[in-house]
Design a binder for this molecule. Sequence first.
Ligand code: PEP
Ligand code: MG
Length: 414
Amino acid sequence: MDSIIEDVQIRKILDSRGNPTVEVDVITWNGFGRAAAPSGASTGSREVVSFPEGGVDAILSEAEDIIYSELIGMDAEDIVTIDEILREVDGTENLSAIGGNTTVAVSMAVAKAAASSYNLPLYKYLGGNFVNELPFPLGNMMNGGAHAGINAPDIQEFLVVPVGANNVVEAVFANSSVHKRLKELIQTKDSNFTGGKGDEGGWVPNITNDAALEIQAQACEEVGDELGIEIRPSLDMASSELWDADEGKYVYAQDGIKRDTGDQIEFVKDIIETYNMFYVEDPFDESDFDGFAQLTAKVGDKCLICGDDLFVTNKEILAKGIEMNAANAIIIKPNQIGSLSETYATVKLAKENNVVPVVSHRSGETTDATIAHLAVGLGSPMIKTGAIGGERIAKLNELIRIEEELPNAHMASF
Ligand SMILES: C=C(OP(=O)(O)O)C(=O)O
Ligand SMILES: [Mg+2]
């Protein structure tokens, strides 16, 4: 009774790039849930479609009416059935009729309404009363590729992980300190640097990939020494964006270099070893399971090799990756697959097979903080959600609140 759905509202709101996205309210007899969907720029080709042609406006009134009539009177606790109904309402494999962003926002708002109906925060509703582990934040320091303008490095994201942090507060402030230090270090390499930032709040310098890697490592070491905790560099190479299928090469425009798959394996291996990388995401094109598997075989014992565009939070595609030992980590973005129950199934399969799930934001975000709850509630030992910027700190500050609430809170282990 408490969690019976009484009302559903869908509205158009702004995302951090100034584009429209959807926010959904679900009202139950005794609760309320609100969730918004983010959007990617370097999207994987096997992701569900965010919105149908015509964008948010095309679904607003029509989808609201259909979803409203289907969901009213249902129990918000029955999330699996509700997610199935959303798929039926859409009627396409890739959710292109009403959009994966619509279905995921409804799905997450339903879960939050169910939790609220019993006066529980979402992380506790999902993870139970024994949940007490906090994820390490992967902080975004410098942006390149599809998240930046011209003359930026080709590598999309220069990230850091404060692996020695004892709690979330220490971790998020360590990341913001590295971000500040990097601004100073960029100025020593790029005298014209004006402090410009990319989509995820990282700096956008006009420097080579090598120069960026060097100052990233330097900032980790200097700030780590000052704070007395280990901070490790990491990357999202977003290699699908670099891959030229006609040439069969990864094109590094900033450096004027092209690499075939063999060169790319050696290049990434060398970066991991030289800079003691903790984590490297999408080192190969989204279709290259074999390249992933070769790299994981070479360096998977000392570095997390993570699939984002490779897996697109899809359980079936992850199953293929597990079979091939393609990676030892997976990015979890609910809007890549379109519902919370399918996201949960993918995380479960990953954990059962020692593949580390990393709950993640998108480059176009809102101030919705649901992924902070998902990371804690689903037991993700890392969360990728930037380091600074309003839509990024919405999640980081929510993690600080969750940490304060949890009895016996401690950082996750790998
Ligand atoms: C967050 C990312 O970018 P986008 O949201 O543009 O896919 C990413 O590639 O990991
Ligand atoms: Mg990525």
